[in-house]
Design a protein around this ligand. Sequence first.
Ligand SMILES: [Zn+2]
Length: 340
Amino acid sequence: MPPPFHGDHGDRHLHRGRIDPVQVDGLGQAQEGGDRGTRHVLRAGGIEVVLGGAAHAAVDDFRRTVEALAELLRRAVAEHGELPRQGQAFDANIPLDERVERVAAWVATPQGPRPGLVAMYFEMVDGAGHDHGPGSEQARAAIRTVDAAIGQLLARLEAAGVVPNVVVVSDHGMADARNFLAVEDIAAMEEAEVVSIGQVIGLVPRAGYGDVLRARLPGRHAQYQCWEKERIPARLHYGSHPRIPPIVCQMDEGWNALPRAMIERRNAEGRRDAGAHGYDPDLPSMRAVFLAHGPAFRRGLRLPVFDNVDVYPLLARLVGVQPQPGDGNPQTLLPALQAP
Ligand SMILES: [Zn+2]
């Protein structure tokens, strides 16, 4: 097997060290369908990062994130001498069959080294789950669409004589979430800066309000639970990073906490999201799919529930690279392998 990401011209060092500084002029915003559509696009070298989300999100913070990403890439290039050579920045406007054809062309290329690892993303199951709910006919139709695209890819590879290991994952589950609470009812705007909204509410107390909020918020409330950062349960693996705010609240399943003005605007537009993720990861609704098929895997096996961070050491093993340290347990997925 060729090393992963090996380019197809044999000139392995063509791109060594060549990563341009972050393109801040690449910063832009586009509205596409309401507040979830605020998108910040930043470019660093050949990499494009699209960040979306809360209206409160700070652009400077985004820029620091991309700069950190670019630095990681510079170090990776310095250490390993190459970057992925074949790629396509995510673009929801590219039809699924075209995405499949591109990947098939990379993998099924008859001459030269083939890529050792290819990642594809299909966004429509998430979108339909948010807009209509995880059990909706629209969500089921989206699953059928993605299933057909994966089938098309496998058929193309089979026709080219390629027998891949294929791992299908989702990065999160989806719960019915039709109840809305104004985030101002958790903390008033003069009391705290709200740095995240939705299912996990991050609060930075404003000057003079720290003691008030630390006395009032930690503990159980009707539709949510709050912790001081230092007391977030260890099983959530959250709270140690400097960017996590001093107070964090987890909404109960089915609840969304948004700024009151945003709830009112959505109501006026007749728009009510029906599904959400970001709830307690122990909830069955937050479970994600994992399907693995190919020569490396045993057939017909059903695994007990595991953490999706365990997928990374499995993929590293399959492509023959040493995984970096992380929370993932390399043991849990070994029973799925033909040769553990
Ligand atoms: Zn989503």
